[in-house]
Design a protein around this ligand. Structure first.
Ligand code: NAD
Length: 386
């Protein structure tokens, strides 16, 4: 069976789905590896390194014609979708709960679609496959660095002959995987860091990193299923936004990471919150994306300076800006998942398997992932699978 690594085509996407280090593991499982010429270039993995590891370098038409399984980081582009044939499989971060139409198109072409963002994340055996965590971890780290590089003062307290600089105050809203890494990184840079989340269980994690946990009096726990947050009601959302303003106004830097699976990211910083911040403050909106963001007025991929001098960064895809680390981690995730699904050198689809039940989105011409199928038919999902 031939596993093929595509060159990503999305604007600004520098990651690659497989790195040379993983080629040997796939070959050891009886799989041939094809790599589109230039696939790893933007992440500093040249064709020669893949070839040396035992992969065959091919053009895109050759790859599409020969591949049984195509590995991608993000969704296939329209040209590729049109070239796929029944029986081929695509493995990537396909985000079917946000983009169920893609799943419908892949099913329509008879393609088996496997999405790493559906992996059940709380099982210890799935930790090596957890691409959401590996990429969020990198993005959280980079968010703190982007904030520090944009901020016009120091993060640490500095006492010099030219005077004393007070440390920056950094608030991280949403303290899941990305938020905790942003907290840890900002703390290591010397900032005074605080964190907030609607899941009370994150308090101890925030405190263990040397940060202060902010507790709101107007909003209680919004812990949902599977370790995720649930969406707030309108009243809760308004109360949260109003109470957060007082905390936000005291910060130099705010980094937002809040997500609710399958929903628009919640707005945590309203226009009033931004107006309450001082000139020179920096906001990094990691929730920013096609569905919206955590910050009023943030634009994905763009930096906006507000009338009162607050820099708002729509940090849409920060993991792609650290392509070598992100590709290396993602390649391990995708390899672990693929090896779990391969038996006797072939892909063995078994929706009864607890991991496959989360990741196999389409197979045999149908959308078989219940939560995605429910979105396409407008039926209640009976619980989203994250
Ligand atoms: P995520 O990307 O879905 O969301 C980021 C954070 O935003 C979450 O902490 C969420 O609670 C928070 N959030 C959502 N709405 C909010 C709101 N209105 N206000 C404030 N915060 C809000 O989350 P994630 O980083 O993918 O992690 C989610 C959970 O999964 C965490 O509990 C994490 O520890 C857990 N997890 C567990 C494992 C494991 O068991 N090995 C692996 C990965 C993640």
């Amino acid at each position: 069976m031939k596993v093929a690594v595509l060159k990503e085509t999305a604007p600004g996407e520098r990651r690659v789905a497989l790195v040379p280090e993983m080629v040997g593991r796939l070959k050891g499982a009886g799989l041939d590896v094809l790599v589109e010429s230039g696939a790893g270039e933007a992440a500093w993995f040249g064709d020669a390194a893949y070839a040396e590891a035992g992969a065959t370098i091919v053009t895109r038409p050759e790859l599409v014609a020969a591949a049984d399984i195509l590995l991608t980081v993000t969704r296939p582009d329209d040209a590729l979708l049109g070239a796929l044939r029944p029986g081929q499989a695509v493995i990537g971060m396909l985000n079917p709960l946000a983009d169920p139409e893609l799943a419908a198109r892949l099913a329509g072409r008879g393609v088996t679609a496997i999405s790493l963002d559906g992996i059940p994340r709380t099982l210890s055996k799935t930790q090596p496959m957890d691409a959401l965590s590996s990429q969020a971890n990198i993005a959280g780290y980079k968010a703190a660095l982007v904030a520090a590089a944009t901020f016009g003062r120091f993060f640490p307290m500095l006492i010099t002959a030219a005077g004393t600089a007070r440390p920056a105050k950094v608030l991280v809203l949403g303290t899941g995987v990305a938020g905790l890494q942003a907290i840890g990184t900002a703390h290591r840079l010397g900032a005074v860091v605080s964190g907030y989340d609607v899941r009370p269980s994150s308090k101890t994690e925030v405190e263990s990193l040397g940060a202060t946990f902010i507790e709101l009096t107007s909003v209680g726990s919004a812990a949902g299923e599977g370790g995720y947050a649930r969406a707030l009601t309108d009243d809760e959302r308004q109360a949260q936004q109003a109470e957060l303003i007082g905390h936000i106004a005291r910060q130099d830097v705010v980094i937002t990471t809040a997500q609710v699976p399958g929903r628009r990211p919640p707005v945590l910083l309203t226009e009033d919150a931004i107006k309450a911040m001082s000139a020179g403050s920096v906001v990094v909106d990691m929730g920013s994306g096609p569905l919206g963001g955590n910050v009023a007025g943030s634009v994905p991929g763009e930096t906006v300076v507000t009338g009162n001098g607050v820099t708002v960064i729509g940090a849409a895809n920060l993991a792609a800006s650290m392509p070598t680390a992100a590709s290396t981690a993602y390649a391990r995730n995708v390899t672990s998942l693929l090896l779990h699904m391969v038996a006797d050198g072939a892909l063995a689809i078994d929706p009864g398997d607890d991991i496959q039940a989360g990741v196999v989105i389409t197979h045999g011409g149908s959308v078989i992932h219940p939560a995605t199928a429910a979105l396409l038919t407008d039926q209640p999902a009976g619980g989203t699978s994250p």
